[in-house]
Design a protein around this ligand. Structure first.
Ligand SMILES: [Cu+2]
Length: 497
């Protein structure tokens, strides 16, 4: 059955019985089933919801010879999302997702990553500044049964990062089945009075979506447009319940979904404050009532529950306020307001943070005039054709960009397609200079490693390549909609001396 979908200023080239349409101008084919990106609905009708929010274990590492050593094992696990059924999962150490790695700026860390999945994969440290061969990208494959040892020094600012597989063509599927975890980097010299009692007033929230079938299984349909589920999971539990203390609570939000965006807000439209972006703290808390996070992005927010004992509020995703694209989810969850988590407010803890910090990080802003060069990146995609950056799909054997060590560069990222693309760069953190020529919103004026580029938009970012020259081992830049990445919207750069 074909749905009517009027597209002005575009000409239909073809309209087949199957509902296929070729668009001129947009340059890609468009089909009825892709109005919801081709994703089926969950067939499970009795998915277990409302369980207490699981908080991933905190791994602080073991000090051995002056290094902090962490052990991660990727394995198959099982969860229960449907009564009487088991769900086969992938996970680090446990049954879903992975432990939170707590690291301190300046630490030398060793992470032993063992693969017991039964198939090859990799583990990438998203947002971390490190040598390319330690990055865990598609070149650092861990064969089944092998252990890969990643070693580096934590040079990042205090912020929330994450780790996940990055195998060529398989990233999306591996993450979807449960492989992802958070990193918290703390700065021992930090003086900010922010909530930091992990699991009590400092809460990681890994937000994902799944399609859950009646037999309990995660259904991974694998559409190139992006897999979106109709079940929303936080830390691996479907629309859970969190007991918040009646005080300021810090949420570390990660959009860990393959393709879905979240326009976060609270059911009572309360104000909250964003204090951190992907790679660091903002200069001061930014008041918000909505926060759009695309895939791979993180945000730290403070929510004030002081004096609200015995009340309840929901963390939700709001629809329609962001005109993402005419082709984006006309009939799936993105176009509706949906619950993410229920928050029950209880008693405050003994030593709550009672005020917002007036100021936070001082950000050493790179200036446009410091840039050694500007590099264009054009993102394009087709329905049946390739997903490309600068006209080329990912090729493991081709280096796309060569960057001189110690250069400061402006990357001008243009989305020449009708779907939005979150653009992620490995190794570095950048600042957003302009979004279609305009200064970015206040909560985007911090360190970022992933930036949403809307359809037909150009976003200019600036960064400095100050470390880790290596002509042989590339880093990746790519769209963080994982199905787009797997379909080729990715390229490679090297930093050379
Ligand atoms: Cu994309």
């Amino acid at each position: 059955m074909t749905k009517r979908f009027h597209i002005s200023r575009r000409r239909f080239l073809q309209f087949s019985a199957g509902g296929a349409v070729v668009l001129l101008g947009g340059g890609f084919l468009f089909r009825d089933q892709f109005l919801n990106d081709g994703n089926p609905s969950s067939t499970a009708t009795d998915v277990i919801r409302g369980q207490r929010l699981p908080v991933p274990d905190l791994l602080t590492g073991t000090e051995i010879d002056g290094r902090q050593v962490y052990d991660l094992t990727m394995r198959q696990g099982s969860m229960a999302y449907v009564p009487g059924k088991t769900t086969a999962t992938f996970a680090y150490n446990g049954d879903i997702l992975g432990p939170t790695l707590l690291m301190r700026k300046g630490d030398d860390v060793v992470i032993n990553v063992t693969n017991q999945l039964g198939e090859p994969t990799t583990t990438h440290w998203h947002g971390i500044h490190l040598p390319a061969m330690m990055d865990g990208g598609p070149h650092q494959v861990i064969k089944d049964g092998d252990t890969w040892q990643a070693q580096y020094t934590i040079m990042n600012e205090e912020a929330t990062f994450w780790y996940h597989p990055h195998l060529e063509n398989k990233t999306a599927e591996h993450v979807y089945h449960g492989l992802a975890g958070l990193f918290i980097v703390q700065d021992p010299e930090s003086e900010y009075a922010l909530p930091d009692q992990y699991g009590i007033d400092d809460i990681p929230l890994i937000v994902q979506d799944k399609i859950i079938d009646a037999d309990g299984s995660f259904n991974y349909p694998g559409t190139n447009f992006g897999v979106k589920g109709d079940q929303i999971l936080v830390n691996g539990a479907v629309t859970p319940m969190f007991d918040a203390p009646a005080q300021f609570v810090r949420f570390r939000l990660l959009n860990g979904s393959n393709a879905r965006f979240y326009n976060f807000g609270f059911s009572d439209n309360r104000q909250f404050h964003q204090v951190g972006t992907d790679g660091g703290l903002l200069e001061s808390p930014v008041p918000l009532t909505r926060l759009l996070l695309s895939n791979g992005e993180r945000a730290e927010i403070l929510v004030d529950f002081s004096g609200q004992e015995n009340s309840q509020v929901r963390l939700v995703s709001y629809s329609s306020e962001v005109n993402v694209s005419p082709f984006w989810n006309s009939n799936s969850l993105d176009n509706s307001t949906f619950d993410i988590m229920t928050i029950d407010v209880g008693s405050p803890t003994a030593n709550p943070i009672t005020a917002l910090p007036a100021s936070l990080a001082s950000i050493d802003r790179l200036q446009e005039g410091e840039a050694n060069r500007t590099r264009p990146f054009i993102l394009e995609m087709g329905f049946s054709g390739p997903m490309t950056i600068n006209g080329q799909s990912m090729d493991m054997n081709r280096i796309d960009q060569t960057i001189k060590l110690n250069d400061t560069e402006i990357w001008e990222v243009t989305n020449n397609s009708d779907l939005p693309h979150p653009f992620h760069v490995h190794d570095i953190q950048f600042l957003v200079l302009t979004r279609d020529g305009l200064t970015p919103a206040e909560n985007e004026r911090g360190w970022k490693d992933t930036v949403l580029v809307m359809p037909r938009e150009t976003v200019r970012i600036i960064t400095h390549f100050g470390d880790f020259a290596d002509p042989n081992d590339p880093y990746m830049f790519h769209c963080h909609i994982l199905e787009h990445e797997d379909a080729g919207m990715m390229g490679q750069f090297v930093v050379v001396a």
